[in-house]
Design a protein around this ligand. Structure first.
Ligand code: ATP
Length: 273
């Protein structure tokens, strides 16, 4: 059997309530929910509905979550693929996959197409390491551009793409009618972290000494994904310690672990380009 070419979720349960903080980004992206739910409101006045938006920000800050929430709020299917999947592909496969994705999306419209790590396919053409090695990536990028230009603005397909390197993207992707709007998703401040903690503490059985404000204070530099990780680690360690509820000492242990992991990662990752 053939491996899945991309992911498709027909019924998305995630909504804006699952996305904590990111108030400005949510406000901006709500427009897209409106385009999907009520296209004629715009088209009857002669407006062209945007085809795509770029979500820009560091890893783990909730870009995928927010894109999914748009689909959930609008009640439309969510198609997704990751740019990094294309890197190792045989010639012709990437472009074919993109065509296939758009074909299915057109059948299921209105819908969202989400492309994670678009920089992996969308780096400016002619840049990059070995000559020849990038041909397949460029084919894939070209087919993405062709597909984006090929559907009408009122076809009900909106493409959201995520990147933390908008600076390396091919300018063709950013032209009007393609990804001509950017929504920035930053790491949360203390208020955002507290809100994210509150989301991820909800399913956990907490002792009375657990204070979300205090947790937010102790986690500067954490992204939403790190906070989700802390909450789960704390619950795991409390269970291992045979406790009836998760207390502050478990969170302390979990935060130290996650901080240790982040430090190691920062040491291993050398600055890009
Ligand atoms: P990447 O660029 O690495 O793909 P991302 O920005 O797409 O990261 P997500 O995959 O959306 O990040 O986040 C990973 C997980 O972290 C989410 O599934 C969620 O559990 C948690 N998370 C991240 N940001 C938030 C947030 N703002 N509110 C609630 N949970 C969050």
């Amino acid at each position: 059997s053939k491996a899945a070419l991309f992911d498709a979720e027909n019924r998305v349960k995630i909504t804006f309530n699952d996305v904590a903080g990111l108030d400005e980004a949510k406000e901006e992206i709500k427009e897209i929910v409106d385009y999907l739910k009520n296209p004629t409101k715009f088209t009857k006045l002669g407006a062209k509905i945007p085809k795509g938006a770029l979500l820009v920000g560091p890893p783990g800050t909730g870009k995928t979550l927010l894109a999914k929430a748009v689909a959930g709020e609008a009640g439309v299917p969510f198609f997704s693929l990751s740019g990094s999947d294309f890197v190792e592909m045989f010639v012709g496969v990437g472009a074919a996959r993109v065509r296939d994705l758009f074909k299915q999306a057109k059948e299921k419209a209105p819908c969202i197409i989400f492309i994670d790590e678009i920089d992996a396919v969308g780096r400016s053409r002619g840049r990059g390491s070995m000559p020849g090695a990038n041909d397949e990536r460029e084919n894939t990028l070209n087919s993405l551009l062709v597909e984006m230009d090929g559907f009408a603005t009122d076809s009900g397909i909106i493409i959201l793409a995520a990147t933390n390197r908008p600076d390396v993207l091919d300018s063709a992707l950013l032209r009007p009618g393609r990804f001509d709007r950017q929504i920035s998703i930053d790491k949360p401040d203390i208020v955002g972290r507290e809100a994210i903690f509150r989301v991820h503490l909800k399913p956990i059985k907490l002792a009375s000494d657990v204070d979300p404000k205090e947790l937010a204070t102790q986690t500067p530099g954490f992204a939403g994904a790190d906070i989700a990780n802390v909450c789960n680690e704390a619950a795991l360690i409390a269970a291992r310690r045979n406790k009836e509820s998760v207390d502050m000492s478990d969170f302390q242990y979990a935060m130290d672990r996650v901080i240790g992991g982040l430090e190691k990662k920062n040491k291993l990752i050398s600055p890009e380009e």
